[in-house]
Design a protein. Structure first.
Length: 475
């Protein structure tokens, strides 16, 4: 007979998605267990770019200082031909930080380091990752989900979140299909290496002389002594992932010698594709991250979209399990996140094919939920360009209070800007920031969700109590 462990939420997969969700649930006091089939955290760089919106999420989760300390800005590209430096190349459209958006550019941190930081934060909050736990089957009923493990044990949970990657065993066990396309039929190599003979001030690009598919890029990984090698191969080619194979690729496509690659720390092969799960939910099981959407790595959208899946789902699970919200709130996860994932898949595919430049859209600051069933805007008129319900809640300073400081944490926040708000309009669980009208918001009452989006907006607080009641809150 199986030994069964009980928990409120079982998170399958200890990648960035599962770890971010584990952190969010832990700070909400939710009994959650993160399991990972591997013996340790994923060892490679893979998703290395943090977009500004994800930096805001990491600020909220309490890991931004560690992320900043572990990484750095992206270097300028350097184009090489015949062993000579030809010209520099700007990899991104530049942007400037503003009070509304303090994180203005992508930040480079190798995926393995991001995972270490999130795991440390999870443990700081009293959580942990159980390694060597492979899920082989899933059953569910009206009361919960049972996950069967390869060890012969089982975990019983009220809800399960599949964050176990693009080949998700949980998704397959549920029979949920994925619809997508091959973005590029050419196989690719990605590897973390040590190299002598290249500076760390540039992202080195070696285009093929004949314009063919033999592309090579070598990027210094911020915060480490490593470089990430990315190489593209002709359709149908076999990719040699051995150390000698990686050395040969670098030597064949650049002026470097094989021995200049002094160490190969990790290597993987893949074919860029874009795919979207047909559903993000089946009963008490949710799909998040690569289990729900698989991106080309171009443009740095996959990891970032995945972390924001976790941000969206975490507060909703917490509200239902510990906050008195009705279970129907969980229906809004797929409603809100699946269209965003589809949009980001189109974007990353466009970047991969050279149709879209890395810039404003890839920063993900303009994404929101204006059409969500959770979004209510009762104002008679909205000034053009001002924040609307469903939008990301911008940063700023209101009468000496920094808004991101006020938003940080698992709670809702109410902004009363340039308008009166009677005492007792909201209960003690909802902090209130009062002040004059603010440039990004204008005047009005704005209720900011725990994930940093405006859920409700009004000229006055009329109707606010009824909205809060939908989430087990109220005045």
């Amino acid at each position: 007979m199986e030994t069964v462990t009980d928990t409120d939420v079982l998170v399958v997969g200890a990648g960035p998605t599962g770890l971010a969700l584990g952190v969010d649930l832990a700070r909400r006091g939710v009994d959650a267990l993160v399991v990972e089939r591997g013996a340790g955290l994923f060892p490679g760089s893979r998703g290395k770019g943090m977009q500004p919106r994800t930096m805001e999420v990491f600020d909220d989760l309490g890991v931004l200082d560690a992320i900043h300390a572990a990484g750095g800005t992206y270097p300028v590209g350097m184009i090489w031909q015949n062993g000579q430096r030809v010209r520099e190349h700007q990899m991104f459209h530049p942007a400037e930080a503003s009070e509304d958006s303090p994180y203005d550019e992508p930040w480079m941190v190798p995926q393995w380091r991001t995972q270490e930081i999130l795991r440390d934060r999870l443990e700081e909050l009293g959580g942990a990752v159980a390694f060597g736990r492979e899920v082989t089957g899933v059953e569910q009923d009206a009361a919960g989900v049972t996950a069967h493990l390869a060890s012969g044990t089982a975990v019983r949970a009220r809800y399960l979140v599949a964050a176990d990657g693009g080949r998700s065993a949980v998704r397959r066990a549920l029979g949920i299909g994925m619809t997508g396309e091959t973005v590029d039929p050419s196989p690719m190599l990605v590897a973390d290496v040590r190299i002598d003979g290249l500076d760390r001030d540039h992202w080195h690009v070696f285009p093929p002389a004949d314009g063919g598919p033999h592309f090579l890029a070598v990027c210094p990984l911020a915060g480490t002594e490593d470089f990430q090698v990315i190489a593209r191969f002709p359709e149908g080619a076999a990719v040699d992932l051995t150390a000698d194979g990686v050395r040969k690729v670098v030597a064949d496509r650049s002026h470097l010698a094989p021995e200049d690659v002094t160490e190969v720390r990790w290597a993987s092969g893949f074919r860029p594709r874009a795919a979207l799960a047909d559903r993000f939910r089946a009963g008490r099981v949710f799909l998040a991250g690569d289990a729900a959407h698989v991106h080309s790595p171009a443009g740095g959208q996959g990891l970032n979209t995945s972390v924001q899946d976790a941000c969206n789902l975490g507060w909703k699970l917490g509200s239902v399990l510990t906050g008195g919200a009705p279970a129907g709130l969980l229906d809004s996860y797929e409603e809100e996140r699946r269209p965003i994932a589809a949009q980001m898949l189109d974007l990353s595919t466009g970047v991969h094919r050279g149709e879209v430049r890395r810039g404003g859209a890839t920063r993900q600051l303009g994404l929101g939920y204006r059409d969500s069933s959770l979004t209510v805007d009762t104002r008679a008129a909205v000034v053009e360009g001002a924040v609307r319900a469903g939008d990301r809640a911008p940063d700023g300073t209101v009468d000496g209070v920094r808004l991101f400081d006020a938003f940080r944490g698992p709670h809702w926040t109410l902004l009363a800007l340039g308008t009166g708000l009677p005492d007792g309009a909201v209960g003690p669980a909802v902090p209130v920031v009062r002040g004059t009208a603010h440039g990004a918001y204008g005047a009005g009452v704005f209720l900011v969700r725990p994930d940093g989006y405006v859920g409700w907006a009004g000229d006055t607080p009329a109707g606010l109590g009824g909205y809060l009641g939908r989430f087990g809150l109220g005045g």
